[in-house]
Ligand binder design. Structure first.
Ligand SMILES: Cc1ncc(COP(=O)(O)O)c(C=O)c1O
Length: 396
């Protein structure tokens, strides 16, 4: 039985009074706090030892191993993971190549460190940093590149590494959305100087708020450890200025319990994404995300790109906005990651020299459909069906 709407067949959109594809709506994210997670948290509470402790150590060891990194350190969130990572790798006043298309923290922490962000455009198909554009923006002041494995899709690591080797740049990978992603068969933790993660509530695994930095360099590891905890070399002796960016053992216990399910959850995301890929391949004017060659993505998000020229322009707003409205009425939740390029953020106004065109276009043509470990096969089919239905109704 075909569950995909036949092209050309007249369907009234739910937006215009038709029957929705699914009700109640499929949520855009799904967070599971299992009985094991709860018991792990309760055990820490009963122990009375709430601050950083053995659960943090265990999570660091497991996470490093699973992502092919030698060392890992838990920390309070993905933003301070970036702050920790940037401090040893570039100096105030240095130019740092950053993606124009990412979450704010990748760049705001460069600015917080006193670095000068040099915005690099996005690849039009993978949405990650465009290494060719990055190469054009290197100057004698450039000392580092920060690249985000956006939506769970690893960046072109070969390209980033050869650019960095040519110009002697440090490499920071922001993997807040890419837990357990791989490149050339190895965990992404095997690459670059430092990789950072977030365990925010809606990430592929969560500790509520939380983060982690990993590295393969023992000296960097020691420095990160000092920075994480007030530069403390012995009790109340502080060798350098640092922060309190420690994770609590309560959070780490939840994280360890979540981590046990992460491989299964990741496989479920990948399977769901493959089903949505197949549906989109049959819809002219819509594009599935292209995974970087030699990489395995983990689909933190599933961005759909719309070719505006193939659809009727709405009286107001963008074709993308109209897709979101129509899909929401069909029972498919949507989200926009992100509504503007980072060069359009008021926070970065004084650092912007130009607005990279691909990032600007993505801010008007991408929308995310649900992807998570609790998506059923039926739901992935309903997402495909709704995309077909809306695209057919909106086609120019
Ligand atoms: C790409 C990226 N970098 C950094 C962060 C910051 O992580 P946190 O929210 O844990 O501070 C996020 C969180 O959404 C993110 O998506």
């Amino acid at each position: 039985m075909s569950i995909i709407a036949a092209p050309g067949r007249a369907f009234t959109l739910a937006l215009h009074g038709g029957t929705p594809v699914v009700s109640p709506s499929i949520p855009i994210v799904s967070v599971t706090i299992s009985e094991e997670d709860i018991q792990a948290a309760v055990a820490v509470m009963r122990s009375g030892m709430l601050a950083q402790g053995k659960n943090c150590l265990a999570l660091e060891e497991k996470f490093a191993k699973a992502s092919d990194a030698k060392f890992a350190l838990t920390c309070a969130n993905g933003t301070c993971a970036l702050q920790l990572a940037y401090e040893p790798l570039f100096e105030p006043g240095d130019e740092v190549l950053v993606p124009a298309w990412s979450y704010i923290a990748t760049v705001s922490m460069v600015v917080a460190r006193g670095g000068i962000p040099i915005f690099v455009d996005a690849d039009p198909e993978t949405y990650n940093i465009d290494v060719n554009d990055a190469a054009k923006k290197v100057t004698s002041k450039t000392t580092a590149i920060a690249a985000t494995h956006l939506y769970g899709n690893p960046v072109n690591i070969d390209g980033v590494e050869s650019l960095a080797a040519k110009h002697g740049l440090s490499i920071i990978y922001d993997a807040a959305q890419a837990h357990l992603a791989t490149y050339r068969g190895k965990g992404i933790g095997a690459y670059g100087d430092i990789t950072t993660y977030s365990f925010y509530a809606t990430k592929n695994m969560t500790t509520g708020e939380g983060g982690l930095v990993s590295t393969n360099d023992e000296e960097l590891f020691k420095e990160l450890k000092l920075l994480r905890s007030h530069g403390e070399t012995q009790k109340y002796i502080h060798g350098r200025v640092g922060y309190n960016y420690r994770m609590t053992d309560l959070e780490a216990a939840i994280g360890l319990s979540q981590f046990n399910r992460l491989p299964d959850y990741t496989a479920r995301r990948q399977k769901g994404a493959a089903a949505i890929d197949r549906a989109i391949a049959a819809i002219p004017g819509l594009f599935a995300p292209k995974i970087t060659p030699n990489a395995r993505g983990v689909y933190h998000l599933y961005p759909v790109r719309v070719d505006e020229s193939k659809f009727r322009l709405p009286a107001e707003g963008t074709v993308r906005d109209e897709f979101c409205k129509a899909l929401n009425a069909e029972g498919i939740s949507t989200a926009v990651h992100y509504p503007r390029s980072l060069t359009r953020q008021p926070a970065f106004e004084k650092h912007v020299r130009e607005h990279p065109p691909v990032a600007d276009r993505l801010s008007k043509t991408l929308f995310c459909v649900p992807i998570h470990h609790n998506l059923t096969e039926l739901q992935t089919r309903q997402i495909g069906e709704a995309l077909h239905k809306v695209a057919d109704a909106m086609r120019a």
